[in-house]
Write a protein that binds this ligand. Structure first.
Ligand SMILES: [Mg+2]
Length: 309
């Protein structure tokens, strides 16, 4: 099978999005932007052996490749629209490709995003997705908008993905729910969009709360005070911490893809309403300070967030 047949067989499904004027098949894709909107774009690569295990299912790999990119669009308060896929394959494995492409198609239709192009090459397994979205002009939520006195919130629960990964690396068998947290993170698109005009800054927690919150602090030139006792944790993470007193799992563990955001204090009731309407747990974990440092109450500083190099 050559490259063109591969694309035709596995990645060229009909698009229903009317904003796509020209999809797969030409030198480039064309899509239409509504006036008054800006294009938001992000790229994430998943490499075998680095971001997923060799024996991970093609369905999970496809899902996660898309979800991590959607999560970045969510963090900007934007609406995800289109994506390209650059896939490097060691060989043409039709069973693997069928499962991968079906999962990609299913996930993209769930989140209403269209595959509009890409590239295929030979090499060790790598999946790069470039996701594009739209946001009303000047309305994107950046990392740089946090102000002294703002509340700091996070969505969902954190630490589960890191705990799952820890168990796998230590030869323990995580339960099914824990595997779902690691392999099927939910991109918080509804929440991100709802926070548009409410949150002063936002980031998705991909590398660990401590590091990702530090990115907000640096970009906003502020500090933060958070309290470990306020972190939203699942029963299994609570149990783990009771046994090990190891707070690095929720503080430094990545892969949760929850949103960490800040908002002015007087927006707290708005945040509570957003949590209700998006049906997502939102927890206030601290406040932005003017110190430029991150103070973590109840944590003595062991553990390190994910470093890419
Ligand atoms: Mg991110």
């Amino acid at each position: 099978m050559d490259e063109f047949e591969l694309i035709q067989n596995y990645f060229n499904w009909p698009l229903i999005d009317p904003t796509v004027e020209l999809g797969i098949g030409d030198d480039a894709a064309i899509f239409n932007l509504d006036t008054g909107y800006q294009l938001v774009t992000t790229t994430d690569t998943l490499s075998e052996g680095v971001h997923f295990f060799k024996d991970d299912s093609p369905e999970n790999v496809a899902y996660k490749s898309l979800a991590v990119n959607l999560s970045d669009i969510a963090a900007m308060g934007a609406i995800a629209k289109w994506f390209t896929l650059a896939i490097t394959l060691p060989k043409v494995d039709e069973i693997w490709l069928k499962k991968f492409s079906e999962s990609l198609k299913e996930t993209s239709s769930k989140y209403n995003v269209s595959l509009i192009g890409g590239d295929t090459t030979r090499g060790s397994l790598n999946i790069t997705i470039t996701m594009m979205g739209v946001v009303e002009k000047s309305k994107a939520i950046k990392r740089s908008g946090a102000n002294n006195g703002d509340n700091i919130y996070i969505s969902g629960e954190i630490g589960d993905a890191a705990l799952c990964l820890k168990k796998i690396n230590e030869g323990e068998r995580p339960d099914k729910a824990e595997m779902v947290k690691l392999n099927r993170p939910i991109p918080r698109l509804d929440l991100g969009y709802a926070l548009n005009g409410v949150a002063s800054s936002c980031i998705d927690i991909s590398d660990g709360l401590e590091q990702d919150l530090s990115h907000i602090m640096k970009a906003s030139k502020v500090g933060a005070i958070i309290d470990v006792q306020k972190l939203p944790l699942s029963q299994s993470v609570v149990k783990y911490i009771e046994g090990n007193n190891d707070w690095s799992v929720p503080l430094c563990g990545g892969d949760d893809y929850e949103l960490c955001f800040t908002a002015p204090k007087n927006f707290n009731s708005k945040i509570i309403n957003i949590a209700k309407s998006c049906k997502i747990r939102i927890t206030k974990i601290g406040v932005i300070s003017d110190s430029k440092n991150l103070k973590i109450k109840g944590y003595d500083g062991h553990g390190e967030s994910y470093k890419h190099f």
